[in-house]
Write a protein that binds this ligand. Sequence first.
Ligand SMILES: *[C@@H]1O[C@H](CO)[C@@H](O)[C@H](O)[C@H]1NC(C)=O
Ligand SMILES: *[C@@H]1O[C@H](CO)[C@@H](O)[C@H](O)[C@H]1NC(C)=O
Ligand SMILES: *[C@@H]1O[C@H](CO)[C@@H](O)[C@H](O)[C@H]1NC(C)=O
Length: 283
Amino acid sequence: MKIPCFLLVCLSVQCFASYKPVVIIHGVWDLRYSLNFLAEQIKQHHVGTEVHVIDILHGWKSLAPLWYQVKAFYARLLPIMKQATNGIILIGYSQGGILSRGIVEAMEHNITTFISLSSPQAGQYGDDFLQLIFPQYIKETAYELFYSRVGQRISVANYWNDPHHQELYYKYSQYLPYINNEISESYQKEYWKNFVKLKKLVLIGGPDDGVITPWQSSHFGYFNEKENVTEMRAQEFYRQDLFGLRTLDNAGKIKIYEIPGVHHTNWHHNVSVIKNCILPWLD
Ligand SMILES: *[C@@H]1O[C@H](CO)[C@@H](O)[C@H](O)[C@H]1NC(C)=O
Ligand SMILES: *[C@@H]1O[C@H](CO)[C@@H](O)[C@H](O)[C@H]1NC(C)=O
Ligand SMILES: *[C@@H]1O[C@H](CO)[C@@H](O)[C@H](O)[C@H]1NC(C)=O
């Protein structure tokens, strides 16, 4: 019996190789297995997809400074990217999403799709979040710790964005204003170039998140000095296209999902979120 040629190709796994590998980066406090449900769902419902949950910096180690984490996670991404002829898909959950943006901008990559799953992309300023990490602080005073050289050794401080202490934020924060390319003396054209290489940016978040504050930060919206939220397109970093966000938007490459009814700790366990907001971007 003659076996058709295309079948032979399929049998030699080439068939599956057409899907891009998916890499998942966990959030703050997450444990080794926290993101496995999401990985299993992808493998089950998008058959043939190779999924990697990067297995480093769990638990309290997730509080390490973000530039350190960017380098550590990137080192794990490199061998996966080297083998991926069509590029890879990166999913960052919570803090893992703001960390992932650092990789997308500051590192050489072939990430074609970046899925930001409830991540504080424009920063974070809220008590619910603080309580998870520093219950002794409240949002009004946290800047005293976070906006200092010592405080910046904590990941959370790197994206703490206090709308009432913007001067200190720009002076001390070593991460968020840099990846936003807002520090003019340190402007990096490379960040813009690397970011606009994305073919798709998927932003997932919603009003019942309860931890990301304001929840619109998951869509690049943020508090103004009166603590009213303004949307992505009103932000200076967007208007001036400092790191390529407006360029991606104008090219129709940003997909925003606003999903009610999901608490922060459920995004990666919610089958309907995975099915409707993540799986469609893995082809
Ligand atoms: C993907 O990017 C990595 C890092 O820049 C590079 O080493 C690798 O060759 C690239 N792979 C492809 C297929 O372009
Ligand atoms: C800010 O929000 C308050 C209520 O929270 C509202 O009364 C006020 O009009 C808002 N200001 C602006 C400029 O949108
Ligand atoms: C799952 O997500 C849907 C929206 O897609 C939401 O209505 C529902 O409340 C969520 N369930 C949980 C347990 O988070």
